[in-house]
Every structure is written in structure tokens, then in C-alpha cells.
Design a protein around this ligand. Structure first.
Ligand code: HEC
Length: 133
């Protein structure tokens, strides 16, 4: 690659990083609400399957072993902190809304679209089992 090409790609990478940071900072402001069509989605899956295991692998570092948002990585994160799944704030939401948030993520919460759809619904069902715990 020419010197010009190299510095151009450095500029592109730097610009992309700045833009991405700005987007993630802006998107982490204010209440997090799923779009109406996502909220209306019906949960097609019954049971939790292997969700406990999937959650242990992917989520407890932030959300904690009992889902209270107190995982080892949570302390180091700036607000908004990982959600407490046992709380009313999460449990009052519909399955479709929780599913959409798991799929899309926001700020420090990663998107989990790469997990198969039925597994994401099983995670929603698993989160339901933690209600009020
Ligand atoms: C790197 C840390 C991290 C990991 C790993 C993580 N989360 Fe989160 N999660 C967060 C943060 C931070 C928030 C709050 C985001 C916000 O409000 O903007 C959040 C929010 C949520 C919410 C939204 C609750 C609400 O406020 O409505 C759900 C549901 C959730 N996470 C599920 C999961 C699931 C399921 C996994 C694993 C598959 C997971 N998270 C993995 C950090 C994480």
C-alpha cells in the first residue's frame, strides 16, 4: 500500500472510531425503550432450554450470577449499569421488549443477535424465572 493509502486508511479508521463512540454515547442517554413492533412481538418459545448455561457464559460477568446487575465487570462500567433482571423495571416489560433489547444492545450492553432466535427467547423465559428473587 502507498504511504498515501496508509494515511488515508488511518484517517478512515480514526473517523469511524470517533463516529462510533459518539453514537454509543448518545444512544446510552435517557430511558431505553423498544420500538412498538418489537414490544408487540409474541414469544413463540416455551421453556428455558440451555438458557442458564448460555447466560453463565455470556451475561453473568456483567449481570451477576443471580441477575441482579452485580457481576464482577459491573463495577468498572460507567452508568447506565447492567440491569437488575429481578427488578420490576425489567420484569414489567413484555417478552418482546426484553427480546429486542437482548438482540440489539445499547452502550456497554452488547448486541446478541448472533445467538439463535429461539435461544434469545429462552433467555427471556429464564429471566422470568428470576422475578422477585
Ligand atoms: C459487558 C457487560 C454486559 C454483558 C456481558 C451483558 N450485558 Fe446486558 N446490560 C448491560 C448494561 C450496561 C445494560 C444497561 C444498558 C442501558 O440501559 O443502556 C444492560 C441491559 C440489559 C437488559 C435491559 C434491561 C432494561 O433495562 O430494560 C437486558 C434484558 C440485558 N441486559 C440482558 C443481557 C443478556 C441476556 C446478556 C447475555 C446474553 C447480557 N445482557 C450481557 C451490560 C451487559
Amino acid at each position: 500500500m502507498s504511504a498515501f493509502g496508509k494515511s488515508l486508511s488511518t484517517v478512515i479508521v480514526a473517523t469511524t472510531l470517533v463516529a462510533w463512540t459518539a453514537v454509543s454515547v448518545v444512544s446510552a442517554q435517557g430511558p431505553w425503550v423498544a420500538p412498538a413492533d418489537a414490544k408487540a412481538a409474541k414469544n413463540p418459545v416455551k421453556g428455558v432450554g440451555n438458557a442458564k448455561k448460555t447466560v453463565e457464559t455470556n451475561c453473568v460477568s456483567c449481570h451477576g450470577a443471580s441477575g441482579k446487575g452485580d457481576g464482577p465487570a459491573a463495577a468498572a462500567l460507567p452508568p447506565p449499569k447492567p440491569a437488575n433482571w429481578t427488578s420490576d423495571a425489567v420484569q414489567k416489560q413484555g417478552d418482546g421488549e426484553i427480546f429486542w433489547k437482548i438482540s440489539n444492545g445499547r452502550g456497554a450492553m452488547p448486541p446478541w443477535k448472533h445467538l439463535p432466535e429461539n435461544e434469545r427467547w429462552e433467555i427471556v423465559n429464564y429471566i422470568r424465572t428470576l422475578k422477585g428473587k
